[in-house]
Design a protein around this ligand. Structure first.
Ligand code: MN
Length: 228
């Protein structure tokens, strides 16, 4: 196949303990998936159906990266999240078969231009420019499920400059990983290369140039970035 302009390599995420990379096809994100975070954002955490937004695949940046402070915001926020990496295609996947479609898990950050997102919410406009900007999806190395299993409890936390900002337990997810996969695959076909950022717990807040962020999920290692 000849292309009129040079084609790009697929964006990719490291796999812990492997030389091969995990190519990224799409990035889905779940909104408001921890009750305490839904409350801090002014919403009723009752089990409304999960909702989703997207980031471009090339928004991923690796562990250890320096993230440039993005343009057009004065309110860059951190959201620490469990990331699911899909390994098997499917649509209308039942929750009790969902984990068969998971390749592995990683620690991720759903970086957010909160001022742009808030303005979009107020005006009933799309969230894309608040959520889907360059470098907005830091993602640590993926741990294959074949090795680490399928974590459904355990600590998830984020430190900024050594101080804990977010801390919760995966068991607090409103929609579990299997339920999230079941819902999402009823809306779109999931395929290998799809990442799902599963939502953030309470404690979101701003970061500034020079800040050091260190995120952790039990069993999945850590993700560190600096804001440049
Ligand atoms: Mn999020």
């Amino acid at each position: 196949m000849a292309y009129a302009i040079p084609p790009w390599q697929p964006p990719a995420v490291a796999i812990d303990g492997a030389a091969e990379l995990y190519p990224v096809r799409r990035i889905y994100c779940v909104g408001r998936n921890y009750a305490a975070h839904a409350r801090e954002m002014g919403h009723d955490p009752d089990r409304e159906p999960p909702f989703f937004f997207m980031k471009p695949a090339d928004a991923v940046i690796p562990d250890g990266a320096a993230m440039a402070y993005p343009p057009a915001t004065s309110e860059l926020h951190h959201e620490i999240e469990l990331v699911v990496a899909i390994g098997g295609a499917g649509r209308d996947i039942p929750a009790d078969r969902a984990l068969e479609h998971v390749f592995g898990y990683a620690v991720g950050l759903d970086m957010t231009r909160r001022d742009l997102q808030s303005q979009a919410k107020k005006l009933g406009r799309p969230w894309d420019m608040g959520k889907g900007f360059d470098q907005s999806a830091p993602c640590g190395a993926i741990r294959p499920a074949a090795r680490v299993g399928h974590p459904d409890r355990g600590a998830i936390w984020l430190e900024v400059n050594g101080e804990i900002r977010q801390k919760a337990d995966l068991a607090d997810l409103i929609w579990s990983v299997p339920e999230t996969i079941a819902y999402l695959s009823g809306l779109v076909e999931l395929r290998p290369g799809d990442l799902i950022y599963t939502g953030t717990p309470e404690g979101i807040g701003p970061v500034a140039r020079g800040d050091r962020l260190r995120g952790h999920v039990d069993g999945l290692g850590e993700l560190s970035i600096t804001i440049g």
